[in-house]
Structure formats: structure tokens, C-alpha cells
Design a protein. Structure first.
Length: 277
């Protein structure tokens, strides 16, 4: 992978397995939307960027060199060889189809508190509504950055009362958002400490928060901590796993979190397959 820095843009050459449309539309991140020019625009880590494909190049507009090195390289998981991982899927017909159709998905490594809060909001919800709630959360309690708003910190949310969250229209999730914020802000749940825990112990730590069950905890571990062994199971993945009564193939297990994201996006876009499972 070769990078060029020009006019507050990062131009990435030979970024294999990178497609902004697939990355931001596969259910792992909720603050990016496609504009009229085809670029995906949004905010992460307090920085607003536009991401788009220019032929075989990937362009991150709004990213200085220092931000690419300190934020975006890890955020887009550019240090991982996805071609090698997808090659390991060969021999399994369903995973091969999922990888071929969705070549370009990368599992983002997102900000920890934002990911936790976002997947609490995602419970029993659809993506447009999740995005709407998160947008209102940022507009009401985040800081204006020019083009967008930052994601409000746990400390900001912890200082609120339940009625303050009424503009979010998040329903029963409001009490879970507040509980998460208070426990993170107080240090009762230490999101940094989780880095050093085993995946099993990290899940238990996250589940100290009201409303965080196995699925939400596994989403946080996969999408914020880059735990490849995390395997969130929602209704779509539950269906597709009936095709694997003995579990995923042995050669896939060490990257099963990434395999999950390919299977999830594939089966979600092929309801005719899901209906016949």
C-alpha cells in the first residue's frame, strides 16, 4: 500500500480489499452517509472526513498526514492483510460467495465509547432509525465541528437525567444509555482496561452495563477492539449459522469475526436465501 498526502487528502494506492460503500453500509458504523458525489461523509474520533474511490485509489478527504498515521490507519484496519484472510475462506462455498460479492469490506476499529453507545441503541432497531437516534444524540449533546458534530463523551451523558434524552426518541434505550455513561464515566467499567482482558473476561466486564448482553458486547469487542474471535449473533447470523451445524470451518476460526461480517452482509442482501434456511 502506497500513500500520497496532498491538499489535506490521503490518496491510497493499492489498498486491496477497500470499498467505502461496503465498509460504511454493512451495519458496523452509523455516522457515515453517502453524498450526491458518491463520497461517504461522516465523523469519527472527532474528525470529519469524506471517503471515496477514485478508480483503484481510495481517497480520504479531510485527513492530514498526522491524522492518517495516528487515527485512520488503525481505524480502517490497513495493517491487516484481508486478501490473505479471504483466501483462507476458500473451500467453503458460502463464504467464497460472500467474499466475492462483498470484496472491499474491512472491519473498522472504532472509538470505544461511541461503539458501545451505538450498539446499545441498535438493539431491536433498524439501521435508518439507529442512525437517526445517533444523529440526534450528537446534535443535542456533541460539539459542533463545522460540518458535523462530535459524539458526546460518557461524562457529558452521565451528567444528564432521563428526561434530557427525550429528544433522541430512543424509548427504553435511554435508561441503558445513561447507565452505560455513568459506569464508564465513573470508571466502574474501564473501557481502556478491557484492552488487556481476555475476550471472555472483556465480555463479562461490558455486561455489567444494563441492557448489554452477549450480542452487544461481542459487537463492541469486534468493532472497537478488533477482537477477531468476537462473533456477534443477530437474527441474520443466527439464520446463516444453521448452515454450519458443526460450526465454521477450522481454517476460518481465527478470523471468525471478519467472516461474520461478510456472512452478515451477504445474507442480509439475499433474503431469498435466508427464507429457505
Amino acid at each position: 500500500m502506497r500513500t500520497e498526502f496532498k491538499d489535506n487528502k490521503v490518496i491510497i494506492y493499492d489498498a486491496r480489499c477497500t470499498d467505502a460503500s461496503l465498509i460504511f453500509d454493512c451495519g458496523q458504523a452509523f455516522r457515515f452517509d453517502k453524498d450526491d458525489d458518491g463520497a461517504w461523509c461522516g465523523t469519527a474520533f472527532g474528525k470529519y472526513i469524506r471517503v471515496y474511490q477514485d478508480g483503484e485509489k481510495t481517497v480520504i478527504d479531510g485527513a492530514a498526514k498526522e491524522d492518517f498515521e495516528s487515527i485512520w490507519f488503525d481505524y480502517f484496519d490497513f495493517g491487516r492483510d484481508y486478501d490473505k484472510i479471504l483466501t483462507s475462506f476458500k473451500g467453503d462455498s458460502l463464504l467464497e460467495k460472500a467474499a466475492a460479492e462483498n470484496y472491499g469490506i474491512r472491519v473498522l476499529k472504532q472509538e470505544k465509547w461511541e461503539t458501545l453507545c451505538s450498539f446499545i441503541i441498535s438493539q431491536n432497531n433498524n439501521i435508518p432509525r439507529i442512525k437517526g437516534i445517533i444523529k440526534r444524540l450528537c446534535e443535542n449533546f456533541g460539539d459542533k465541528t463545522g460540518e458535523d458534530y462530535t459524539f458526546p463523551s460518557a461524562e457529558v451523558i452521565a451528567a444528564l437525567e432521563a428526561e434530557d434524552l427525550a429528544p433522541l426518541r430512543a424509548g427504553f434505550r435511554n435508561k441503558y444509555i445513561l447507565d452505560a455513561a455513568k459506569k464508564v464515566a465513573s470508571g466502574e467499567v474501564d473501557l481502556e482496561k478491557i484492552e488487556s482482558l481476555s475476550t471472555e473476561d472483556a465480555e463479562k466486564e461490558l455486561m455489567k452495563i444494563k441492557g448489554v448482553g452477549t450480542k452487544v458486547a461481542q459487537c463492541v469487542l469486534l468493532f472497537a477492539y478488533g477482537r477477531e474471535d468476537a462473533f456477534p449473533i443477530d437474527v441474520w447470523v443466527k439464520r446463516v449459522m444453521t448452515l454450519y451445524p458443526d460450526g465454521l470451518p477450522e481454517n476460518v476460526l481465527k478470523n471468525r469475526g471478519i467472516a461474520q461480517q461478510y456472512l452478515f452482509h451477504y445474507i442480509r442482501n439475499h433474503p431469498e436465501i435466508a427464507e429457505n434456511i
